[in-house]
Design a protein around this ligand. Sequence first.
Ligand code: ADP
Length: 641
Amino acid sequence: MEKKEFQAESHRLLDLMVNSIYTHKEIFLRELISNASDAIDKLAYRALTDDKVGVERDEFKITLTPDQIARTLTISDNGIGMTHDELEENLGTIAKSGSLQFKKDMAAKDAGEGKSDVDIIGQFGVGFYSAFMVADQVTVTSRAYGSEEAWRWASDGKDGYTMEPCRKDSVGTEVVLHIKPNTEEEHYDEFLEQYRISDLVKKYSDYIHYPIVMLMHKSRQKPRPEDAGEDYKPEWEDYDEWETLNSMVPLWQRPKEEVTQEEYNQFYKEKYGDWEDPLRVIHIRGEGMVDFRAMLYIPAHAPYNFYTRDYQKGLQLYSSGVLIMDQCPDLLPDHFRFVKGVVDSQDFSLNISREMLQHTRQLKMVAKNLEKNIKNELLKLQKEDRSKYEQFWKAFGTQIKYGVLDDYGSHKDLLKDLLLFWSSKEGKLVTLAEYKDRMPEEQKYIYFAAGESVDKIAALPQTERIRDKGYEILYLTEEPDEFVVNALGELDGKAFKSVNDEDALPATDEEKAQAEKQAEENKDVLAFVKETLGDKIHEARISKILKTGAVCLTTEGPITLEMEKYFRRVDPEHSGDMRAQRVLELNPESEAFAALRTAVDSDKEKAGVYAELLYNQALLIAGLPLEDPVRYTQLVCSLMR
Ligand code: ADP
């Protein structure tokens, strides 16, 4: 017999389980049944392509056996089983990437910050350990498919576990729980009672699509003997009968009207290990070229790894209730990769290979249909429950924006209605359609301004003129926003326009003449500023976009300041090529400009200081770092002398 220590992380987790942080101890059964069902799924999948499996479809089952005398509850399955190494790896360690997050959440919970009753157990692939909430000894006997030998793993959930070879006649796994003795607060005995067990199966595991059977001990009246006389008293007898406890009808096969929200949510949380209810359920029955059912969920928050490479999109694909692919990526476009759920269609053949499957026309048709449904559901949510939609947007808005940019913008028409941007007018997130509907007739463009935060954008001097006109400005605060607006180009004939654009507000002939005159009069000032600042700027110009502010920074060419910041962050080494061509805009009506004007005429040294100061101020307003902060402070101090 081999004796092993638990890996440190497992140890901590077990501690938590044994000392039971969790009030719904009963969910251990759901977890173990779900493991059994997964194991059967795996073997059933094998059987599709491998005729040596030798188990018929209708022979797959999960058996529950309570034994009140021995105080054990046994959960056995004829699934794929585990080898020696798999037993060790799966039950002796937590090798999952989620474990860290789990520990964090647990720490928060320990500190009393977490919700008191969140279902975190299923979430991080630690379901098996929940057995130790009700058992003081757990034995797992398993024989893997394709192997002659069997192994027994046993543990009291404290220090470690033992492993020994044993005999097992058939492939599969048997989990024996030695149920804890009752305490004053906890009545563990209930987990040995057949009716309680049967109720738990109905409550949590009803739709599991393999029979969950239990030998039920019952009693019945004996048939009345034919020769029974007047004074015959009915007699009772005990008998045992196998009973299937679950209805096995998957939730998605049931008519929508018959499924409660609670059932939808329960399924979601258990299957996808989320502790929070989904924002929306989409239950679809598709008919036509392909008949299918789909049950899709929009989660309420992004999984911790959603914006990393670890996250994999996909829906489970069933054919007539049989799982044929656990995560079929082709059913979901990237822009909706956050959606979870299942698709079931008898039109997909069971024997199809995975590669083939990726190319079937039917799959494409279903995917198209789902995409349309998801979009419509999101639009509905946007109209019916804005705060929920905003919650969705907070979680997955960035994904939608990247969706607009993906594939050369080919999804932009589908996705544009889903976008939200901050509005200067409403002081909240608005849709593009809402913006457009409010536009005064004479307003030519849809205005936007980009920056780090709403407050910083609102303070940009170049937004003033447009707001004063009563026009709404979309404040773009996220990295992809400007790219998104560029990709869209226009909305129903109205072009997007940056507040930095010289011609953002159409000028009258009079204004144009006035601007030209000012530029001409101040030619020498502009030339001086450009000469002083050299390569730092592309051009100095008399601004047409400022109202009261003295300076601002705009750009010439395709790269804007926000884009430059983005490139600098994602690719610092090559960001030099991606530098925005800076234009220093000067307001000829400002006092600062008048001072500069005078200095250029009378004191070139002072004028040089002013030019540098103005440039640095423009950088600060734009949210860009000063290139030489020490020199900047020296310049300011020199003015105080
Ligand atoms: P999860 O099921 O979320 O992955 P668990 O801790 O419940 O996490 O189980 C760990 C792993 O042990 C499973 O992923 C599976 O590979 C294996 N396992 C558990 N129970 C069984 C079983 N009855 N048959 C085969 N493998 C199992």
